[in-house]
Design a protein around this ligand. Structure first.
Ligand SMILES: [Fe+2]
Length: 276
């Protein structure tokens, strides 16, 4: 699976963090506006010296940004946890894939869906193939690409849907259960800890099972989510919560490949050197 974000996405998100327009970036770097526009639109891969100049202006780590611009880094998969199966399913909204998950406790077979996608037939088919009937739906957030299929799954599985108390409730569930930071949800022998990780949305939440975090659109391998509610909250969620977990913790984002806390601390240009 390729990285979710290319150089152009990272630059736009870093500009967003400084509330800079493209003109501000032109002024700070002295680079031609047309070059920056083409770089942000994926039409131009700049020389390393230009990437370093952009990184310096935007408080990004230069060497790791070059690795991503040159497509030289891809994360290694986190190790599996013997206590559960985590099946990642690509569910499409148009041509745009979202990672949804089936989480099954190996001791009891009890299963949860994490995020529904917009068209969740893939999830329903996979649950049938596995011979499981999910007993809960966990939402990382309410965006349509992650929660648009809630009504279809609610009809198929008739089970409660968990969502953070700060997140607007999407349509489709007859049985919402609201959660708060630190809450624990039991799934068979598993304990799923809810970590509020706002910033992409106001009530974004990540789910921690042992050393596995299902994190929605908070952090991507080599990048971060789009700050739809607050860039500072999102940066804080990542630097003070997600990247404070043990290095071996697996991160399973809503888009792009899985990674680990340790790999993001070494390869993510937003956070290298900024964890204090
Ligand atoms: Fe989202």
């Amino acid at each position: 699976m390729p990285l979710e974000d290319e150089l152009g996405d990272i630059l736009q998100k870093a500009r967003d963090g400084k509330s800079w327009s493209r003109e501000d970036l032109v002024r700070e770097t002295g680079l031609p506006e047309d070059d920056i526009r083409q770089i942000e639109n994926y039409q131009l891969t700049p020389d390393d010296s230009v990437v370093l100049k952009l990184a310096k202006a935007l408080d990004l780590d230069g060497p790791t940004l070059i690795d991503i611009a040159q497509e030289r880094w891809i994360p290694q998969e986190p190790s599996r946890d013997p206590e559960f199966d985590l099946i990642c399913l690509n569910v499409f909204m148009g041509e745009y894939p979202v990672n949804c998950f089936l989480l099954r406790c190996n001791a009891t077979g009890e299963t949860a869906v994490v995020d529904t996608g917009a068209n969740p037939k893939t999830i329903i088919d996979k649950a049938h193939e596995m011979g499981v009937r999910p007993k809960m739906i966990l939402l990382t957030h309410a965006h349509p690409d992650h929660a648009g299929g809630l009504g279809e799954l609610d009809n198929a599985f008739d089970c409660p849907t968990y969502i953070d108390h700060n997140e607007p409730k999407p349509k489709g569930s007859r049985n919402f259960k609201t959660i708060r930071d630190g809450d624990e949800i039991a799934l068979g022998k598993l304990r799923i800890r809810c970590l509020e990780t706002p910033g992409h949305t106001v009530g974004g939440v990540s789910y921690l099972i042992n050393q596995t975090l299902i994190s929605g659109d908070v952090i991507f391998a080599g990048s971060m989510g789009r700050a739809n509610s607050s860039w500072n909250d999102l940066f804080h969620s990542i630097t003070q919560k997600v990247l404070r977990l043990p290095d071996a913790t697996g991160l399973h984002p809503g888009h792009g490949p899985a990674t680990t806390v340790g790999q993001e601390k070494e390869h993510n240009p937003f956070f290298l050197g900024r964890l204090g």
